[in-house]
Design a protein around this ligand. Structure first.
Ligand SMILES: Nc1ncnc2c1ncn2[C@@H]1O[C@H](COP(=O)(O)OP(=O)(O)O)[C@@H](O)[C@H]1O
Ligand SMILES: [Mg+2]
Length: 258
């Protein structure tokens, strides 16, 4: 089935260097991969290996030193509303002086959606993220998991083709994290959007993905790509006990800890 999907976001032979002269440093060495329509891809790797840098480049927020990033077959070098970015730090991503509903409406304003449509659209998104009870609250009145759901709702309001997520659940406790993993899986299957998700947690990567890309450090590069053939719907107990899950975990572990 994967073979029939078309690439929506592609990195083609990109390298990324920072600094000049003696302090010049290669952060990413030649890297190529693609995310296809409706695909959930995780980038996993140790801290400092270049995951955030790669994700920022894929978002058009950073220009690669060589190579290209293509969206829908065309090179991009500036951010686009078609590509939404979900940050780990939800506290800084949300505007504290705006309510939940007003935070989501920011994305509708960016898309120039007529004001008269905002209310209905916001309600649909908040229901989808199970936040309908909280639309008039301010971010500081919500738990971390709820704030992260607001950020995801706002990104969906942007109606992107691709969601880029940088360790979005890293700051959450284990229970909240598993709930959000399941909500994100449900969303990705219902909405048919492509997701490129960064994590340093191998098990989270396998649980969520169609494909896991393991990165090695110094300089950042692809160590291994693993297709994840596990049934849907995924289940926090059954999926994680599936013998294949354990094989993927061993395989990725070996590539990441050599
Ligand atoms: N703008 C920059 N200038 C210099 N070094 C940077 C810059 N951005 C990232 N780095 C370095 O690049 C490496 C990869 O960083 P990062 O992409 O944040 O890794 P990760 O997200 O995997 O933890 C780190 O060593 C970091 O210090
Ligand atoms: Mg990072």
């Amino acid at each position: 089935m994967t073979a029939m999907r078309t690439s929506i976001l592609e990195a083609c032979d990109i390298t990324l260097e920072v600094g000049g002269g003696k302090s010049r440093r290669e952060i990413l060495s030649t890297t190529s991969f693609s995310v296809k329509d409706n695909e959930f891809v995780c980038l996993v790797g140790p801290s400092g290996c270049g995951k955030t840098t790669l994700l920022r480049a894929m978002a058009g927020l950073m220009e690669p030193t060589s190579g290209t990033i293509n969206f829908n077959g065309r090179e991009i070098n500036t951010p686009s509303l078609d590509i939404a970015f979900v940050f780990q730090d939800y506290g800084r991503a949300l505007l504290q002086w705006r309510t939940v509903a007003e935070n989501v409406s920011l994305a509708l304003e960016a898309r120039a959606v007529p004001k008269s449509e905002h209310r209905d659209r916001i309600n649909v998104l908040l229901r989808k993220m199970r936040l309908e009870e909280h639309s008039q609250k301010y971010p500081s009145q919500l738990s971390g998991g709820m704030q992260q759901r607001v950020q995801i709702a706002r990104c969906l309001a942007q109606e992107p083709r691709v969601l880029l997520m940088d360790e979005p659940f890293g700051a959450l406790d284990a229970f909240t994290r598993q709930d959000l993993q399941d909500e994100l899986l449900r969303l990705s299957r219902e909405e048919g959007r492509s997701i490129l998700f960064v994590t340093h947690d191998i098990e989270e990567a396998i649980y969520l993905s169609n494909r896991v890309i393991a990165l090695a450090a110094n300089p950042g590069r692809i160590a291994e790509i693993v297709d994840i053939d596990l049934p849907y719907p995924r289940n926090q107990l059954a999926t994680r006990e599936n013998p294949r899950f354990l094989e993927y975990r061993t395989c990725l572990y070996k590539h990441l800890h050599h």
